[in-house]
Design a protein around this ligand. Structure first.
Ligand SMILES: NC(=O)c1ccc[n+]([C@@H]2O[C@H](COP(=O)([O-])OP(=O)(O)OC[C@H]3O[C@@H](n4cnc5c(N)ncnc54)[C@H](O)[C@@H]3O)[C@@H](O)[C@H]2O)c1
Ligand SMILES: O[C@H]1[C@H](O)[C@@H](O)[C@H](O)[C@@H](O)[C@H]1O
Length: 339
């Protein structure tokens, strides 16, 4: 670490999420500085580096990771590019915060797990930011404290206003439901054992070829059920809700209304329009905790194993989308590194 012990971070991928993380590291987070930005689109990389003292723009991740002022890596490129950068980071023993999903499929996620296990120590935190969201944290504390008794079911809604071009049905699972898969594993402390996907009539607002919305049923190793409505072109905003039902009660998050207005015989609140707005605090907290832990020589948060287990459940989910049947999740043996 250089410059008064601040962590020099290379941000890989400076699109929507990467550019927001660059801003966050530069202006919100303490203890870090953006030493390098990388994008295969060189102009985009230069724009992201512009105005940040000592930040170099690259088009090649390997070159950035070899720079002497780079101490850690934040990966925000599209999922298919994650594995190569993770392996480059392991070769240099650099700590990584990797945006979800860890990789786009279970086989590549397992290769990452095995490579980290060979290193012999944890280097990866996966960007499952809901684990840092104040509402999710309250729900987790309630469940862990037995506040509603043994949890039996989760009812989840995951709605996006609209999808970017090229968004596929598989991405509804791999990019979107992957959050509920991780949240279910984390909230309940159980693995996902099987996945079923049901498709209602397709919304006329869905782009050509996208069966939107869908209902995804997750069965856990402890006998709980989580149902997830995934509706990625709902049109009206960004909504993530989760209700836990236990033996002695229920608890629900995701109903915040922002400013609540009463007028002319009606009342109404606000719905965030995207994840950047809804999860701003969670992203800030996630990155700050990663920077602090890394500077202290620790690793915390969702592991590469969590990323792999989620990818394995997603793979069962995409099989279930195609087959219409209940698909079992196949998990490899967990390396000792992950407890
Ligand atoms: N946690 C969340 O809520 C959240 C939200 C959005 C996106 N994400 C994740 O963040 C990642 C990026 O998503 P996005 O929406 O910002 O995508 P994006 O398409 O807006 O940006 C990706 C950028 O990466 C660049 N790129 C592509 N291949 C590259 C490579 N090999 N090396 C370097 N740069 C490369 C592209 O040119 C582009 O600028 C994905 O993994 C996505 O799932 C997470
Ligand atoms: O990549 C994004 C992101 O992960 C969001 O948090 C999720 O709500 C979207 O559905 C997904 O497409």
């Amino acid at each position: 670490m250089t410059q008064q012990g601040t962590l020099g971070v290379a941000v890989i991928g400076t699109g929507r999420m990467g550019a927001d993380h660059v801003r966050r590291l530069d202006r919100v987070i303490s203890g870090a500085r953006v030493a390098a930005v990388v994008d295969i689109d060189g102009d985009r990389a230069k724009r992201a580096a512009g105005g940040i003292d000592g930040c170099t723009a690259y088009t090649d991740a390997a070159a950035a990771l070899s720079a002497p002022d780079v101490d850690a890596v934040l990966i925000a490129s599209p999922a298919p590019a994650h594995e190569a950068t993770l392996l480059e980071a392991f070769a240099r023993d650099l700590p990584v915060l990797c945006e979800k999903p860890l990789t786009p499929d279970a086989a590549s996620a397992l290769r990452v797990v095995e490579a980290e296990a060979r290193l012999g120590h944890r280097r990866v935190q996966v960007g499952f930011m809901r684990r840092y969201d104040p509402e999710y944290l309250r729900l987790k504390a309630l469940l862990d404290g037995g506040g509603i008794g043994r949890p039996l079911m989760l009812h989840c809604r995951h709605r996006n206003a609209a999808t970017p071009p090229g968004f596929t049905e598989q991405m509804m699972i791999n990019d979107s439901v992957v959050h509920e898969i991780d949240a279910t594993r984390w909230l309940l402390g159980q693995e996902i054992a099987a996945v079923t996907v049901l498709k209602p009539a397709r919304s006329s607002a869905a782009p050509e070829g996208l069966g939107d919305p869908q209902l995804v049923l997750l069965e856990t190793s402890g006998g709980a059920l989580a149902d997830v409505e995934i509706f990625v072109n709902c049109g009206f905003g960004y909504q993530v809700q989760c209700e836990a039902v236990g033996e002695r009660g229920s608890a629900r998050i995701g109903d915040a209304h922002g400013l609540l207005v009463n007028t002319a015989g009606r009342w109404g609140g606000e719905i965030p329009q995207d994840f950047v707005e809804r999860f701003r605090t969670a992203y800030d907290e996630q990155v700050q905790r990663w920077v602090t832990a890394t500077r202290e020589g620790r690793t915390e948060g969702p592991t590469a194993w969590d990323g792999y287990a989620a990818a394995a459940a997603c793979e069962a989910g995409t099989r279930a989308q195609a087959s219409g049947a209940r698909e079992r999740v196949m998990l490899a043996e967990r390396p000792r590194l992950y407890g």
